[in-house]
Design a protein around this ligand. Structure first.
Ligand code: 13P
Length: 231
């Protein structure tokens, strides 16, 4: 019997294994979901990624019902609520990387100390208030913190990153963790000066024009790039 959505299942497992390799996650912390017609696939709860097989992923509907032999991630509510509300993305990644989590323990947003903060869609990466893992309250806080953004921190918990693809979400997760690390180091020299909102607005506009941070596919060329001289 062929297993439905096999390519998506494999993409999720590959991204989970990559999170481990990149040091974004450890043990069975974190979870990942991907949109499929009528719902989404989500990683099962408490199963280490290196033991995960395609059939272990749980198929869920937006009504919270699910198919499969495993129980869905304890965080299925925020995966469902985000995928339902944010039709601009198809992947939700949740992880507990050390520097982003250290900032989240202090309830700190990542401010505009570096222009790359704009990759997440605005002039800061917000930290959502604390709520117990797996609760509707946590999902509500996360959705609010993600307003107009592709990433947020979760107080005393970790981070959520959104993307069109597993690859894009993974790349942004690495970037957010790097920003948190850089910010933590920069603070050792005093309060880092911030880029003003007008500059971040310019950076956002330039990133939009260049499709900065997104791989180029076929003819999908940024507006301000001349054709390459060498094919
Ligand atoms: P699950 O194993 O239930 O996905 O939980 C991991 C986690 O990070 C909870 O926030």
């Amino acid at each position: 019997m062929t297993i439905p959505h096999l390519a998506e299942r494999r993409a999720v497992i590959d991204a989970c294994l990559a999170m481990n390799r990149l040091g974004i996650n450890q043990g069975s912390s974190g979870n990942l979901s991907i949109r499929i017609p009528g719902g989404f696939l989500v990683t099962p709860t408490s199963l280490p990624y290196d033991e995960m097989e395609p059939e272990d992923l749980v198929e869920m509907g937006f009504d919270g019902t699910y198919l499969g032999s495993r129980r869905p991630s304890s965080e299925w509510r925020f995966h469902r609520d985000i995928l339902q509300a944010r039709t601009d993305v198809d992947v939700v990644l949740h992880a507990h990387p050390s520097y982003a989590t250290a900032m989240a323990v202090h309830g700190l947003d990542i401010p505009s100390f570096h222009y790359m903060v704009a990759l997440a869609g605005g002039d800061s990466i917000r930290c959502a208030p604390y709520a117990t893992f797996g609760t509707q309250a946590l999902s509500d806080h996360a959705l609010a913190a993600l307003e107009g953004r592709l990433a947020c921190l979760l107080a005393h918990h970790g981070m959520i990153v959104l993307g069109r693809t597993t690859k894009a979400a993974l790349a942004l997760a690495v970037e957010v963790e790097t920003l948190a690390r850089q910010y933590s180091i920069a603070r050792q020299f005093g309060d880092p000066p911030l880029l003003p909102p007008e500059e971040i607005a310019q950076v956002l506009e330039k990133m939009r024009r260049m499709r900065y941070g997104q791989p180029l596919d076929t003819d999908d060329r940024p507006e301000d790039t001349a054709r390459p001289r060498y094919p």
